[in-house]
Ligand binder design. Structure first.
Ligand code: ATP
Length: 214
């Protein structure tokens, strides 16, 4: 059975945190593919106007250009109505019947997961991988018993049990990088040149060429 991870987000812009997650999780979970899914814009993130989906898609394509198993999907951008995550998961499950699917989210998304539409479906339709992030606790108080029994904590014990079979929720600290798109946009606006170190080179050139985030 193929093992594919899908990683949704705004990617505004894609940064080394996102790319490191793709690389490390591909190794750790012995994935056949890792696919970024840029969203129209995160439906639950308020007061935030994202950059055009075309720009965000282009930057992800550049960031993954020479990485054979790391891809970008247009599944959400192609949808006639902006889909919720559980709808995308359902579509992918139907389109990929003989595939073990993993959905990747960061610790900040985990902390607010119960605000997502049909969040219990999001956590049970497919496997989920929660990636820790500095300054974000992985708290479990907001999830139900049915969700808790699925948890497999891989923190500090990576070799533990990455099993086939029933859908699980894995928590991993294999990345734990303090990089955020918000901070990168702030640095660009403030003309703090070290923002370039936080994105792949091709993405930095693209941001400059199209004068994004200024
Ligand atoms: P923003 O600062 O604009 O919210 P972001 O850096 O969190 O952006 P998103 O595109 O919103 O980037 O991220 C998509 C997904 O990746 C989210 O689930 C988010 O939690 C996760 N994520 C982003 N950066 C990291 C990181 N450094 N470590 C772990 N997870 C991350």
């Amino acid at each position: 059975m193929k093992r594919i991870a899908f990683y949704g987000g705004s990617f505004d812009p894609p940064h080394i945190g996102h790319l490191t997650i793709a690389r490390k999780l591909s190794e750790l979970f012995a994935l056949d593919e890792f696919t970024f899914i840029p969203a129209f814009h995160a439906p639950h993130k308020k007061n935030k106007k994202p950059t055009s989906a075309f720009h965000r898609f282009a930057m992800l394509s550049l960031a993954t250009e020479n990485k054979g198993k790391i891809k970008v999907s247009t599944v959400e951008l192609d949808a006639p109505e902006r889909p919720f995550t559980y709808e995308t998961q359902t579509k992918l499950k139907n389109d990929l019947p003989n595939t073990e699917i993993f959905f990747v989210i960061g610790a900040d998304s985990w902390a607010e997961i119960d605000t997502w539409r049909e969040w219990e479906k999001v956590l049970t339709l497919t496997n989920v991988i929660v990636v820790t992030r500095p300054d974000y606790e992985i708290d479990l108080s907001h999830v139900t018993k049915e969700i808790k029994v699925r948890l497999i904590d891989l923190q500090k014990n990576v070799a533990q049990k990455i099993k086939n079979g029933e859908q699980k929720i894995y928590i991993t600290d294999a990345v734990n990088l303090d990089v955020s798109a918000t901070e990168i946009r702030r640095k660009i606006r403030a003309k703090e040149d070290d923002w370039r170190e936080l994105v792949p080179n091709e993405v930095a050139k693209y941001i400059e060429k199209y004068e994004l985030y200024i």
